[in-house]
Design a protein around this ligand. Structure first.
Ligand code: SF4
Length: 96
């Protein structure tokens, strides 16, 4: 763990509806990429070194996550980060 750390959400809720989980009852919404980047740039300036992406399942929208990660790669922000993601999102290949 690198300190200081912060939490960030890139979406709200979860689209998958696993039978044992009530996450879907909260709805599902994606945050605007520019809004997320503005938050990341702000906390980066504050000296944050590590992020916990607090989504119920990060990258539940792969196109949204890909756009975010690509935009982050082109920015000056640099974090160690971790997240929770649904196992059905795993792949043996890199996302395209
Ligand atoms: S993927 Fe995770 S958060 Fe989403 S419905 Fe299933 S258990 Fe809940």
């Amino acid at each position: 763990m690198h300190r200081p750390f912060a939490t960030v959400m890139t979406d709200f809720g979860c689209p998958f509806g696993c039978s044992f989980c009530n996450s879907r009852s909260f709805g599902y919404a994606l945050r605007d990429i520019d809004d997320i980047m503005a938050e990341l740039e702000h906390i980066h300036k504050m000296g944050v070194k590590q992020l916990f992406i607090k989504d119920m399942s990060f990258a539940s929208s792969k196109p949204h996550a890909k756009r975010l990660l690509e935009k982050n790669d082109r920015s000056a922000v640099d974090f160690k980060w971790n997240c929770i993601a649904a196992p059905m999102l795993s792949t043996t290949r890199s996302p395209r």
